[in-house]
Write a protein that binds this ligand. Structure first.
Ligand SMILES: Cc1cc2nc3c(=O)[nH]c(=O)nc-3n(C[C@H](O)[C@H](O)[C@H](O)COP(=O)(O)OP(=O)(O)OC[C@H]3O[C@@H](n4cnc5c(N)ncnc54)[C@H](O)[C@@H]3O)c2cc1C
Ligand SMILES: NC(=O)c1ccc[n+]([C@@H]2O[C@H](COP(=O)([O-])OP(=O)(O)OC[C@H]3O[C@@H](n4cnc5c(N)ncnc54)[C@H](OP(=O)(O)O)[C@@H]3O)[C@@H](O)[C@H]2O)c1
Length: 452
């Protein structure tokens, strides 16, 4: 029986599901899987993207943990592909590689003023409040009025985290510096701007409904946005999700407001034009839009300005290129056919596969990365005749290479120690866990040992 030595780069849900599916698949060969992750902790955006006040979703790590704890995948944490290991290294040690490196950057929003101090990408703010070790610890929450651009679930996460009182986040796993930062925030008004109408949003009812449950925060809607065109009226009748969104909006439209110390405003038909200010953000300029009858909008030529001291743009995420691997600069993904990576001439790059957000783009829920992984694994297996023939397939060889290079890699046992340490820190304060944020502290708690 032949053996597949497989490297998976990226220990987010896509990479872990791919490993699990391959291990459980009916196959004619043995499998040995090494999972490389640039951080000392696995789980990708489940740990560093999902909002801390969504413990049910964070709970998906329990299923991912079971896969790792089953003991037949080796984890190499704190190892960055492109810096610590290269494609040539992988070809020398494995038959194939699956890239599952996700997307961590903000998609660009090219409008004047976007680089002013006080203008932020949502991805950076999310990384800060979720305690990602590679972003600064300090975040200037110094604005009373804030704009959030975008109408996806990330925009709602960001708006909710900005509007929520810090004490209401205390039971969650937010790091201590995040609690301190949010406690000091003087925010009174968070304005969310969507360029299309309330029936064309990308966010989902469950996430919208949460706004109504926020303590001491009033929801403010504007009647001019709710004069539905024919397409919107038809959508309310035919699409259950849109029907529920409409019901939530309708409830809030009838509400009395004015008692809370913070307000969350939803503005629709507002296309971003410019972030105003000289030395820092002073305002946001947008153009009123109107439906084009086909689900899109056109500008009306009416421009409006609002005074804000910070702007967050949440207009989607974007993947990053990987050394030696084809990349589509326009879509921010690795070009592929159902997970089989292809080159500029549409020819398969044998031995190289992709899954998750880096394969498909930054859209979809954690569950979608499972069906993604199934498709990719099917194609890894179909391509068996074209896998690489490594010079050093022995499991110890890659360990020796990392050690020779002086790479401070962690392993599964190290992650289990770090995990237990964070949970113990949380227990002392009756919290789910307290995340370590500093990479050095994470490594120390992982007590790196030789061999996996
Ligand atoms: C802010 C935010 C909130 C979200 N909330 C939810 C939610 O509540 N519910 C839900 O279902 N979905 C949510 N999602 C979507 C969900 O997070 C994604 O569907 C999922 O995480 C994508 O999985 P992935 O494995 O492809 O990528 P990721 O989760 O990004 O994992 C990629 C992994 O690869 C690693 N990596 C990257 N580059 C390298 C490299 N060069 N070398 C080694 N390792 C590398 C990264 O560190 C990371 O661990 C959210 C997304 C965002 C952005
Ligand atoms: N709780 C959850 O389940 C949760 C939480 C967070 C994220 N996620 C998932 O993660 C994925 C990514 O979420 P996301 O919010 O980053 O992306 P998204 O769902 O694609 O939303 C992006 C938003 O940005 C807007 N936008 C894009 N370009 C713009 C521009 N130039 N000017 C103004 N607005 C612009 C889009 O408007 P248009 O629609 O007009 O293009 C859209 O409203 C989604 O699948 C999401 O559901 C889920």
């Amino acid at each position: 029986m032949s053996k597949l030595r497989l490297a998976i780069v990226g220990a987010g849900p896509a990479g872990i599901y791919a490993a699990d599916i391959l291990l459980k698949a009916e196959r004619q060969f043995e499998v040995s899987i090494d999972l490389f992750e640039q951080l000392p902790a696995p789980y990708g955006l489940v740990r560093y993207g999902v909002a801390p006040d969504h413990p049910r979703i964070k709970g998906i790590v329990n299923a991912l943990r079971d896969v790792l704890d089953a003991g037949n995948i080796r984890l190499f944490g704190n190892v960055t592909y492109g810096r610590d290991i290269t494609l040539d290294d992988l070809k020398k040690h494995y038959n194939a590689v699956i890239f599952s490196t996700g997307a961590i950057r903000d998609a660009p929003l090219p409008i004047p003023g976007i680089n002013l101090p006080g203008s932020h990408g949502a991805a950076d703010f999310v990384s800060w409040y979720d305690g990602h070790p590679d972003v600064p610890r300090e975040w200037a929450l110094d604005s009373k009025e804030v704009a959030v651009i975008g109408n996806g679930n990330v925009a709602l996460d960001v708006a909710r985290m900005l509007a929520k009182h810090a004490d209401d986040l205390l039971p969650t796993e937010i790091p201590a510096n995040v609690y301190d930062g949010l406690t000091a925030s003087p925010v009174t008004d968070v304005h969310v701007f969507g360029r299309r109408g309330p029936m064309q949003v990308k966010f989902t009812p469950l996430e919208l409904r949460e706004f109504g449950d926020l303590n001491d925060v009033d929801m403010i809607l504007y009647e001019e946005d709710f004069d539905y065109d024919e397409a919107s009226q038809a959508a309310v009748k035919s699409n259950k999700q849109i029907m529920v969104l409409d019901r939530i909006f309708t409830k809030w439209r009838g509400h009395d407001t004015g008692t809370a110390s913070r307000r969350l405003h939803l503005h629709f038909y507002a296309g971003p034009v410019e972030i105003l200010g000289t030395d820092r953000v002073e305002g946001f300029r947008y153009e009123r839009t109107t439906p084009d009858g086909e689900g899109g909008v056109v500008g009306t030529g009416e421009f409006r300005e609002i005074a804000v001291q910070s702007v967050y743009h949440a207009v989607g995420y974007f993947g990053s290129p990987l050394d030696g691997v084809p990349f589509d600069d326009h879509r921010g993904v690795i070009p592929n056919r159902e997970g089989q990576v292809i080159d500029d001439n549409d020819e398969p790059v044998h031995g190289v596969y992709a899954t998750g957000w880096i394969k498909r783009g930054p859209v979809g829920l954690i569950g979608h990365t499972k069906s993604d992984a199934m498709e990719t694994i099917k194609n890894v297996m179909i391509d068996q005749a074209n896998w690489w023939s490594p010079e050093q397939p022995e499991e110890q060889a890659i360990v020796d290479l990392l050690t020779d290079r002086g790479i401070d890699y962690t392993n599964l046992q190290g992650w289990q120690l770090l995990d237990a340490h964070e949970i113990a820190l949380g227990e002392a304060q009756v919290r789910a866990r307290i995340k370590l944020v500093d990479r050095g502290e994470m490594l120390a708690a992982s007590q790196v040992s030789d061999g996996n």
